[in-house]
Design a protein around this ligand. Structure first.
Ligand code: BMP
Length: 258
């Protein structure tokens, strides 16, 4: 079985798609949550390269219950599946959390670099490496409050100079061998700066296009590898067409800037 990073890269090339579907459905509406999730994956499968689940779906469906059906469907359609759990605790619980998600069939997890390496994310990276799974780090989030944490100026311990927190996190993504760095599409200038550090070694996963106000072209041009897209697709009247249109739009932008 391919390692996570190689798998998503292969699927992205095969399907000519950079879209990670954020399946953030809720069961607050009238339709049952599980069948709705399965339907959206089936409708968009040809135009996406991975599926991302949030706790808002895992909590009501259950990791070993309904979520198993979603993971199985994604894998049958040759789609890796990411658990967006934003791991953020001390090492032993981080390791246990990642272990449960990996055992349940998830191919990658997201994690917060604020907790650091020693007794923080080191055990998560070790476990992921042993199992061929991925760890994707938050480097600059897409919402307005991101500047209060990720955007603070801090003293870089290596140089003693003031430096934005997110640039230190970009350095950690490289140093720790992360499989991806999340940078909000709402801040293309941050994508550019982080991309200069990461180059082609760590792909940038960018959420925030569409509903959150980010622009597809600006994010791609700045260096985003994958776009994480949720509501624009699953809340549309026709998710199949919307995802296909977005895929084509992204490919046109890539050809234009090559
Ligand atoms: P939408 O396209 O509906 O705005 O969804 C974006 C997705 O990306 C959500 O699943 C959200 O949890 C995730 N996300 C984000 O929006 N900003 C971040 O900085 C990090 C995220 O994981």
């Amino acid at each position: 079985m391919l390692q996570y990073s190689a798998w998503i890269d292969k699927v992205a090339k095969k399907k000519r798609s950079k879209i990670v579907l954020a399946l953030d459905l809720t069961n607050l509406g009238s339709k049952p949550l599980l069948s709705n999730c399965l339907r959206v994956i089936k409708e968009t499968a040809q135009s996406i390269c991975a599926v991302k689940l949030n706790r808002q779906v895992v909590l009501p469906l259950g990791l070993l219950n309904g979520v198993q059906r979603i993971i199985k469907l994604a894998h049958n359609l040759d789609l890796p599946i990411i658990m967006d759990c934003k791991i953020n605790d001390v090492g032993h619980t981080n390791e246990a959390i990642a272990g449960h998600y990996f055992s349940a069939g998830f191919d990658a997890v997201t994690a917060s670099p604020f907790v650091g390496w020693k007794d923080g994310l080191e055990p998560v990276f070790k476990l992921a490496r042993q199992q061929g799974k991925g760890v994707i780090l938050l480097v600059y989030m897409s919402h307005k409050g991101a500047e209060e944490g990720y955007g603070q100026n801090v003293v870089d311990p290596k140089t003693g100079n003031l430096c934005p927190q997110y640039m230190i996190f970009a350095g950690k993504a490289l140093e720790w061998g992360a499989d991806g760095a999340v940078v909000g599409a709402t801040y293309p200038e941050k994508i550019s700066a982080i991309h200069k550090t990461l180059g082609t070694k760590v792909p940038i996963y960018s959420p925030g296009v569409g509903v959150q106000g980010g622009d597809v072209e600006a994010a791609i041009q700045a260096g985003a590898t994958y776009l994480i897209i949720g509501r624009t697709i699953f809340k549309s009247a026709n998710p199949q067409k919307t995802s296909s249109d977005l895929k084509n739009q992204i490919n046109d932008i890539i050809s234009k800037h090559q």
